[in-house]
Each structure stands twice: as structure tokens, then as C-alpha cells.
Write a protein that binds this ligand. Structure first.
Ligand SMILES: [Zn+2]
Length: 497
């Protein structure tokens, strides 16, 4: 597929500006496709995913979907952190996965496996496409050790008694991403400083395993385990090359995590690491930061008890990924109504087509061209997405489109081509790009009317053969699943209860 014309601009945290998106790789023959490498920091798997994860991964999912729609050949890598992430997010504290394992009296790898599965289960329900590669930190210890060796060789890290630290003083570019000075960063982090560090800002690349530490590996510096930041530098470069296009993650990880990733990678290779840094904002609850200790921690499994995952998805996309999102039941209620309006139009179009004289062919054919208001909706949608993935504006364009389409259906003489055009605008923009789907995908739900018609035909055949018991059974069983049959002069019609 060749690249669609676009004017995509993205906000790059590294330069603090919105810039034209230009991938590193030149277009590749024969199809003029351009490769895009994208890495997003994945979850630390020691508990169920919460609404903050949903905002992050739904946002990056739509970014990947839009890049692919434009024709970019995206390789999307998102890691699974199963070792080395300590409880204070820096160099002190206990490994989060090991701590959970101790509390549950199971092996750390059981914890990691359980919550990796739980994470993907929740993301599947949110219709977040799986990353192309989901590398585990514990599966890339060799790559991480090799990276530490390169950093030491180039004079940017030092070993003390089995610990290896990055020498921040040797790396003047440190602080470029977060825009903070080393002093500010040290003061802001408020971490307990390990006694063996040369300077408080130095961070661990490799940690010596204390007695009783389960997840540990042999290394040139003795038994130990990698520092949390190391895995992302090692695994992104393994699968995307030493320089790649997009690195994404939560705004709270700009420092120290992403700052350290850049230092490690560039100190080892001497090349620029990621070209574009994209950061999504956080979720608040009642205006408060969400946290386990604050008691306002909401897991996705809790949300899904009450709300359709697609309602949460629409709610997330109705704010910009760089804006904070305040979670409340009222706001989700509004999103539920919005979702019903969009999906209602899709169902309505399919129903009208179903009752069309002469029937409808499946799959629904793509129209040769679109009516002006459909063209306008697609244009507005693309313009919004080109402006740093502005999903709230794109969704506003869809709501205007839904209103206009409903009005046209009510007031105009309809053609099948016109209905097909509405159907595919909804399919392309809402389902394929925004990932909003009805209970089943639109591709599958278009068959519902056809299946009901088959049952109506069988019932009529039963009646013609005077098999009234069979005919009644068909009507009764459809009624049980919420589909009503009505016999009229024009034949049998159906509707949802
Ligand atoms: Zn990371």
C-alpha cells in the first residue's frame, strides 16, 4: 500500500514542539512503504491493570492504527517488565514482582505470568491490538549485560562491589528530555542515596543480588539482576535498531526512566536513540492523582463489572492523550450515550439495507464514491488526527456526521450506494481507526439481519407445509433472544425488542 497523503504532525517531548512526522527510513520499493519502529514502555506485571494503563495503551493503540491506516509499515514493540522494577521506582526498595510473590507465597515468575495474562485479557476487551513483539525483561538478560559492558567500555559506567552505576557526570546531555538540571532531578526524586555511588544522580545498570533474592543471573560483576531502565534500552534496540522512530510512555516516566534509557543507549552506541518521544498524560479520580495508598485505585476488572469496555475506550479518546483525564461515573454515563448514538446509526443503516427491495448482498459492497457530507466527515477526521492525534476533534466530527446521516435517512430518498457510504465511513473511522466496535465487530454484525432473514424464510416454509409447531418454535426462540417477528401485508418484518 502506498502512503496516503497526510500532514501528520506530532508533539515531540524531546524538542518541546509539534513537528512534521518524518520517519528515519526512506520509502522502500516496490510499494513505496515506509517502515516505522515504535517502542512503548509496557506494564510491570505484579498486579491487575488499572484505568491509567487503559488510557496509555488505548492512546498508543490509536496512534499505531492511524500510522498503519496512512500506509506506514509499523513494527510495534511493547515490553513486559517482570524483573528489576523496584518499589521506589529508582535504585532502592524491593523488586515489585518479588514482593508480590513473597506475599502470595509463589514464585516470582508465577506472579509475572499471571498478571501478564491478566493484562492482555483486559487489553483484548478494550480492543487494543496486541503489540507485534512483547519482549520480557527476564528473557533478555544477555542483551542487557552486553549493553552494560559497552557502556563501561566507553567510560560512562563504573562497578563497585557487584553494582554497576551509570556515571551521570560523564554524560553532559543528561536532562535533555525532562529539561531539568541534575541538581533539580536529585532533589525531586527524594531517593535514599546508595553509599557506594560516586554521585547521587548516578543510577544502577546492574544490581548485586542480596541473599534470598530469587531472580538473579551470573554476570561479569557477580550474581545480580538488571536495573529497571536497562531493559527498555536493550530490547528496543534489539528489535528496532540503535536509532528508531517513536518511543512512547507515560508522562510520569519522563524522569528518571526515559532520561536513563536515552543515556544508556546513546552512551553505548554514540548514535541518537529515539527520534520522537510521545508522552501520554495521567488519569485522575475526582481531580486526585490515583494511587494504591490513596484508596482511589480502580482496576479495569472493576470498571468492566459496570461498564462496557467500549464505553471506557470512547471516554478515553474523547480527551487528548496529552491532557489529564478525570475519571467519574457521570463522565462514563455520557460516553455510554455517545457510543449508543454511533453504534445506533450503524445498526440502523444495516436494518434499512436488509429490508431493501431485492435484498442486500454480503459483504456490503464499498460505494464507488461518497456523498459530500461523508467526504467532509472523512476530511475533518483526518485533519484532526494529523494534528498530533487529536481524537476529541476527530470524534466531534463523527458526532456531526451521525446527526447529518440520521437526518438524511429520515428526510431523503435513499439509494443503496448512499447507505453503503455511511456504513463504510463508520466502519473505517470508528471501528478500524478508533477501535470502537459493537459487541461483535461490525464486519460480523452485518450478517445478523441476513441470518434473521434465513430464519424468517424457514418459518414461512414451515407454515406453507402446515408445520405450525415448527413455525411457532422459530418465532418463540427468536423472541427469547430479543428479536420480534411481525407478519404484515408486505410480508414478515423483524425488529429488536
Ligand atoms: Zn521503558
Amino acid at each position: 500500500m502506498t502512503l496516503r497523503p497526510n500532514n501528520l504532525h506530532v508533539y515531540n517531548t524531546l524538542t518541546r514542539s509539534k513537528v512534521r512526522f518524518e520517519p528515519l527510513a526512506p520509502p522502500a520499493p516496490p510499494a513505496n512503504r515506509r517502515a516505522v519502529g515504535m517502542y512503548v514502555c509496557g506494564p510491570t506485571v505484579y498486579g491487575d491493570a488499572h484505568i491509567g494503563h487503559a488510557k496509555s495503551y488505548v492512546s498508543f493503540d490509536v496512534i499505531v492504527r492511524y500510522l498503519r491506516y496512512l500506509g506506514y509499515n509499523v513494527r510495534y514493540v511493547q515490553n513486559i517488565t517482570d524483573v528489576g522494577h523496584l518499589t521506589d521506582d529508582a535504585d532502592q526498595g524491593e523488586d515489585k514482582v518479588e514482593k508480590k510473590a513473597r506475599a502470595e507465597r509463589i514464585h516470582p515468575m508465577q506472579v509475572a505470568e499471571k498478571f501478564t495474562r491478566s493484562y492482555f485479557e483486559d487489553m483484548d476487551r478494550l480492543n487494543v491490538l496486541r503489540p507485534d513483539i512483547s519482549p520480557r525483561a527476564s528473557g533478555h538478560i544477555i542483551e542487557q549485560i552486553e549493553l552494560v559492558k559497552r557502556i563501561i567500555e566507553r567510560g560512562h559506567a563504573y562497578e563497585v562491589g557487584g553494582n554497576v552505576y551509570f556515571d551521570v557526570a560523564s554524560w553532559p546531555q543528561y536532562g535533555r528530555l525532562s529539561g531539568r538540571s541534575v541538581d533539580e532531578m536529585v532533589a525531586g526524586a527524594r531517593v535514599e542515596v546508595a553509599a557506594d555511588k560516586r554521585a547521587p544522580a548516578d543510577f544502577a545498570l546492574w544490581k548485586r543480588a542480596e541473599p534470598g533474592h530469587i531472580m538473579q543471573w551470573p554476570s561479569p560483576w557477580g550474581m545480580g539482576y538488571p536495573g529497571w531502565h536497562l531493559e527498555c534500552s536493550a530490547m528496543s534496540m534489539k528489535y528496532l535498531g540503535e536509532s528508531f522512530d517513536i518511543h512512547g510512555g507515560g508522562i510520569e516516566n519522563q524522569f528518571p526512566h526515559h532520561e536513563d534509557e536515552i543515556a544508556q543507549a546513546e552512551a553505548a552506541t554514540g548514535k541518537p536513540f529515539a527520534k520522537y518521544w510521545i508522552h501520554n498524560n495521567m488519569v485522575t479520580v475526582g481531580g486526585q492523582k490515583m494511587g494504591k495508598s490513596l484508596g482511589n485505585f480502580i482496576t479495569l476488572k472493576d470498571v468492566f463489572q459496570k461498564w462496557d469496555p467500549m464505553v471506557l475506550r470512547l471516554f478515553i479518546l474523547q480527551s487528548h492523550y496529552r491532557s489529564p483525564l478525570d475519571f467519574s461515573d457521570e463522565a462514563l454515563g455520557a460516553a455510554k450515550e455517545g457510543l449508543a448514538r454511533i453504534l445506533g446509526l450503524s445498526e440502523r443503516v444495516v436494518r434499512v439495507l436488509m429490508q431493501w427491495p431485492g435484498g442486500q448482498s454480503y459483504p456490503i459492497p464499498r460505494p464507488s464514491d461518497d456523498r459530500p457530507f461523508v467526504v467532509e466527515a472523512r476530511r475533518r477526521f483526518g485533519e484532526a488526527m494529523d494534528d498530533d492525534f487529536n481524537t476529541p476533534l476527530a470524534i466531534a466530527a463523527i458526532f456531526d456526521f451521525v446527526r447529518e446521516a440520521n437526518r438524511s435517512i429520515e428526510t431523503q430518498t435513499l439509494s443503496r450506494d448512499f447507505l453503503h457510504s455511511i456504513y463504510y465511513a463508520l466502519f473505517d473511522l470508528c471501528e478500524e481507526l478508533l477501535g470502537l466496535r459493537a459487541g461483535t465487530s461490525a464486519a460480523a454484525s452485518q450478517y445478523v439481519p441476513a441470518l434473521v432473514q434465513i430464519l424468517i424464510d424457514l418459518r414461512n416454509e414451515a407454515r406453507a407445509a402446515k408445520n405450525f409447531a415448527q413455525a411457532d418454535a422459530i418465532r418463540k426462540r427468536l423472541d427469547e433472544i430479543g428479536i420480534i417477528l411481525e407478519d404484515t401485508k408486505e410480508g414478515t418484518k423483524w425488529r429488536f425488542k
